[in-house]
Design a protein around this ligand. Structure first.
Ligand SMILES: N[C@@H](CCC(=O)N[C@@H](CS)C(=O)NCC(=O)O)C(=O)O
Length: 454
């Protein structure tokens, strides 16, 4: 026992000094943070940019100021109070890491911010390191100096091994890691069945998305300014250009919406439909009585039971309701007037740009596939295609999956399991009696256009 105690008291001699002990604790924490951030920073930069050169850029941004300011660091440490320099240094690193962390969680972090932070951090280290080393001499007596230096080195080396391990483990935990949501998304697109649907009324859908009950609204939500801003959503594209219309029983013999003066109109609350309806009747100096019912099944029942003369919603909705709910679909007609623009597309919450990117590019991949003639039927035969654009799409060339945080086969999985835009349209929309119309590809005179997948 005495032997061990003797060994311990000589090995940790400097640590018996309370002031040095505190110094060592602060230092160890600082070293851990430095090494952890070192690993996480590389990971984040690669995730943000997908480029090795960008990663190199960070090390240059970090190293060059150290080289330049390193020349003056020692001089400054000798002229200014070292304790203050060390305190300023550690506080600054803490503030920097927390700021970067918060920006990352909010999805606001950009590559240039990491570069700026790295330059400032590199420069600060040039003053901080000499000040910290010299501070040891202020804290411990000359005879313990060698021991104090050695202990500092032990803390440095231990944190160098454990810090990155800890950071790697944190990144690997989906709820914590920089790419948590993306890892889940990758899994989801690897298997189109790994999705949970939530049945929501038109009114419930917004709070469900805001509260995180669902991660995306993907059905018939119209992209409007107020939803994009004050409701806190981002619309990732327009997967279907629609418009609002009116459906009436054929037996009423109505040929135009202009003949609807005095009608009762079934409409759902929490929709663009409600406001468009009021605007259109007012603009046309017509009277109407709204019958406002929240649940879809109840509006349908009310209309088919004759509780209102007219049903109004998006034309795709009217066509779907007529096909799937009407006792005799041919007994109902959709009038020729299209009274609004209803660009329908997926909506996600503000603040998760990476998830938005995944949703956005999944839809564009379906358009791009149609444009390139890649379908669920042809995709397997294209593996040996000499066309580089096809190879990029299949994930055999480029690192586009990685840039999205997804599997290299992300796009081909979508096409194999779900189909390209035309296939999905033919399967789900054509049977409703709706033509491609404005939803044709841009090269066929429509509005559907995907930015380049490269
Ligand atoms: N596009 C409009 C109308 C959407 C809408 O009213 N959808 C109704 C009628 S199709 C609905 O109950 N949607 C639920 C669903 O389709 O399941 C909006 O975003 O406000």
């Amino acid at each position: 026992m005495t032997g061990v105690r003797g060994w311990a008291s000589s090995t940790f001699a400097a640590a018996s000094l309370p002031e040095y002990r505190r110094f060592l604790y602060a230092l160890t924490a600082m070293f851990f943070a430095l090494w952890m951030v070192g690993l996480a920073r590389g990971f984040i930069v690669y995730e943000l940019t997908g480029s090795n050169a960008a990663l190199g850029g960070v090390f240059v941004a970090f190293g060059v100021p150290q080289l330049l300011f390193g020349l003056f660091g020692g001089v400054v440490a000798d002229r200014f109070p070292r304790r203050t320099l060390v305190l300023i240094g550690q506080t600054w690193f803490g503030v920097e890491y927390v700021t970067l962390g918060v920006l990352l969680s909010l999805g606001l972090l950009e590559y240039w911010m990491i570069i700026v932070a790295s330059v400032i951090e590199g420069a600060s280290l040039s003053f901080y390191i000499p000040a910290r080393t010299a501070l040891i001499g202020d804290v411990v007596p000359a005879r313990s100096l060698g021991n104090a230096m050695a202990l500092q080195q032990v803390a440095f080396n231990a944190s160098r091994i454990v810090g990155p391990l800890l950071a790697g483990w944190l990144i690997a935990v989906p709820a914590v890691g920089a790419g948590g949501a993306l890892i889940l998304a990758g899994a989801m697109f690897g298997d189109a069945n790994k999705v949970k649907y939530a049945a929501l009324s038109a009114q419930q859908r917004f709070t469900a998305l805001q509260s995180g009950e669902v991660d995306v609204l993907s059905r018939n939500t119209t992209w409007t300014l107020s939803r994009d801003t004050s409701l806190g959503f981002d619309f990732t594209g327009v997967s279907f250009y629609d418009g609002q219309g009116f459906m009436v029983p054929k037996k009423l013999n109505v040929k135009s919406a202009k003949e609807l003066n005095g009608a009762t109109v079934c409409v759902q609350p929490g929709t663009t439909t409600e406001l468009n309806l009021a605007d259109w009747f007012r603009a046309n100096r017509l009277q109407f009585t709204p019958v406002v019912i929240e649940r879809l099944e109840e509006v349908n029942a009310a209309y088919f039971a004759g509780r209102c003369d007219v049903y109004t919603t998006d034309i795709s909705g009217l066509a779907a309701i007529r096909t799937s709910q009407a006792p005799t679909p041919a007994d109902h007609v959709i009038l020729p007037e299209v009274i609004s623009k209803e660009p329908l597309g997926p909506a996600v919450r503000h603040g998760d740009s990476k998830w938005a990117d995944v949703v956005r590019w999944s839809y564009y991949a379906m358009l791009e596939a149609e444009e390139m003639g890649i379908s669920s039927k042809t995709i397997d035969s294209l593996a040996s295609s000499p066309n580089p654009a096809v190879q990029r799409f299949l994930g055999t060339q480029g690192e586009y999956g990685k840039m999205l945080g997804l599997d290299p086969k992300w796009a081909s999985n979508i096409i194999k399991q779900v189909g390209n835009y035309a296939e999905v349209f033919e399967k789900n929309i054509t049977p409703l009696g709706i033509e491609r119309g404005v939803n044709k590809l841009w090269k066929d005179g429509g509005l559907q256009y995907a930015p380049p997948m490269r």
